[in-house]
Design a protein around this ligand. Structure first.
Ligand SMILES: Nc1ncnc2c1ncn2[C@@H]1O[C@H](COP(=O)(O)OP(=O)(O)OP(=O)(O)O)[C@@H](O)[C@H]1O
Length: 491
């Protein structure tokens, strides 16, 4: 057996110096400040760390880097071994005297056994106590513990109040399954949608349900996560922060698009890996698909895409109408006299088309108007009260004539064909598309659109709008074509 190579501590010093240069002070301090060299013998470098968590973390995330740096120092190194120091073992001088060198594995094995007898919770407490004992003060351990508190949940956001529609049914089903617990199947679950389409509502519904069933849940926005992480780094309690995160059963990160900063992303990725590898559930929500999160590091993006990615589309008329009806029912619990005629609900659902948030805003405005003026809610009152909202939700100021011109040119039919009663397929489809575009791109009502398309009934227009919405959901090429037409009209 080869005895301890002289100069190991010098080598370890250089390895640490290089690690610090490569990782930066903050990351180096949070992971490597408490790593000691125990032995360097027979090509094996034995390092010790204070907790099992730290051992696993370094093994999972920094093993190759450590190996590379050691091999630069000494090319016979072929193995890095990490062991957990016992809680009360006095710190040893890194290099044992040659005559005292223990047989390979004997001491670390004992240390490991002692440490394994301690629960994870005890280790976390110990890490925090150690941090405090190092004179880093109350704030560091407070910060670390504080991470588990997460952001407050809005009691309104439950599965019961979430309205299902074609644009969100897959996301809802996945969220329900995750909330129910059991075997972890989609991990991470990644929900994406543009603003106000119900991501936060669904995330919080999952969090509330999982928490009620006794699971340890942490719901944070990405900004919140960054803030906590940076605060932990500043107070030098990053290790306890990460150890605490590791005890979570379900981690939910909202508004992922706001996660910035290389170091924070790196740490988030490590946390993600640790949780997923430990079969803990992670749910992430963002305003776009992972592939479009261009501020994110490739590794984070790829890990995020590795579970189930589900988009929530814009609500169709039926869903908007149902969301409104549900909201009216809820409002009636507080204002029993609140009454919204069906026609007004249709009007709001048709004209406030962009998101759940806008629908809610529109309804709140009707309630306020009704309460403050005692005026009943009528079509006229709604049109007046929601004037600016309807106008601002009009995506663009496009004229029906422009739509007819662009569509007829694109599909090679005449405008007269579009307005005619002819029912050949080559004319029916472009006509329906033109009516659909008139609905989504102009503020015109269905009867008015009908009139402008050869005096058709408003139900014919409604049928065309639904038909095209339905086809575009199933047919990606058609959805693309509609986008193209919209862009041409928008130019
Ligand atoms: N399907 C739905 N059923 C009931 N309410 C909904 C639905 N979709 C959206 N909402 C409501 O619309 C509002 C906005 O939704 P939410 O905050 O969840 O959107 P978001 O996608 O997280 O948007 P942002 O990215 O802007 O945060 C909330 O009040 C929510 O309850």
């Amino acid at each position: 057996m080869q005895v301890q190579e002289a100069g190991g501590s010098e080598q370890w010093k250089r390895v640490k110096k290089q690690l610090r240069a490569e990782l930066g002070d903050d990351v180096f301090t949070s992971w490597f400040a408490r790593v000691d060299l125990e032995e360097h013998q027979d090509g094996t470098v034995r390092l010790s760390v204070p907790t099992r968590f730290l051992k696993q973390w370094i093994q999972n995330n920094y093993n190759d880097q450590l190996m590379g740096l050691w091999q630069r120092e000494c090319d016979n190194v072929h193995r890095i071994e990490l062991t957990v120091r016992g809680a009360i073992r006095p710190r040893q001088t890194p290099i044992a005297k040659p005559s005292l060198a223990a047989p390979q594995g004997s001491k670390p094995a004992a240390a490991e056994t002692r440490s394994d007898a301690l629960s994870d919770a005890a280790q976390v407490t110990r890490a925090q106590a150690a941090t405090a004992a190092l004179g880093r003060g109350e704030t560091s351990s407070d910060n670390a513990r504080d991470v588990l508190q997460g952001a407050a949940l809005d009691p309104k956001y439950t599965f019961e109040t979430f309205v299902e529609g074609e644009s969100n049914n897959l996301a809802l089903a996945a969220a329900r399954q995750v909330a129910a617990g059991g075997a972890v199947t989609f991990n991470p679950l990644y929900l994406h949608a543009s603003v106000g389409l119900g991501k936060t509502h669904l995330m919080q519904a999952v969090a509330a349900k999982a928490r009620a069933s006794g699971r340890k849940v942490l719901y944070l926005t990405a900004e919140h996560f960054m803030y906590k992480f940076v605060a932990a780094l500043k107070s030098q309690s990053a290790l306890a922060f990460k150890e605490n995160l590791r005890t979570i059963d379900l981690l939910l990160i909202d508004d992922m698009q706001f996660l910035h900063g290389k170091q924070v992303q790196q740490e988030f990725c490590h946390t993600l890996n640790a949780l997923i590898d430990g079969a803990r559930q992670v749910i992430v929500a963002a305003d776009r698909a992972p592939s479009e999160l261009d501020t994110l590091d490739d590794r984070v993006r790829s890990r995020l895409s590795g579970g189930l990615v589900v988009g929530i589309q814009e609500p169709d008329f039926a869903l908007r109408r149902n969301i409104l009806a549900t909201r009216v029912d809820t409002a009636r619990k507080t204002y029993p006299q609140f009454d919204v005629p069906e026609g007004v609900l249709d009007y709001v659902a048709r004209h406030v088309a962009s998101s759940g948030r806008d629908l809610e805003g529109a309804l709140n405005r009707l309630i306020a108007h009704n309460q403050l003026t005692n005026q009943p809610i009528t079509q006229e009152m709604a049109e007046m009260t929601l004037r600016d909202l309807v106008r601002s939700s009009e995506p663009r100021r496009v004229k029906i004539e422009d739509i007819q011109r662009v569509v007829s040119k694109h599909y090679n039919v005449t405008k007269a064909d579009l307005l005619s009663a002819r029912r050949t397929r080559t004319i029916v489809r472009p006509r329906q598309i033109a009516m659909y575009l008139a609905k989504v791109m102009t503020p015109r009502s269905l009867p008015e659109i009908g009139r402008r398309f050869g005096n058709r009934d408003h139900t014919t227009v409604l049928h065309a709008v639904r038909k095209i919405e339905e086809m575009a959901r199933a047919d990606y090429a058609l959805a693309q074509e509609l986008e193209l037409l919209k862009r041409m009209l928008d130019a």
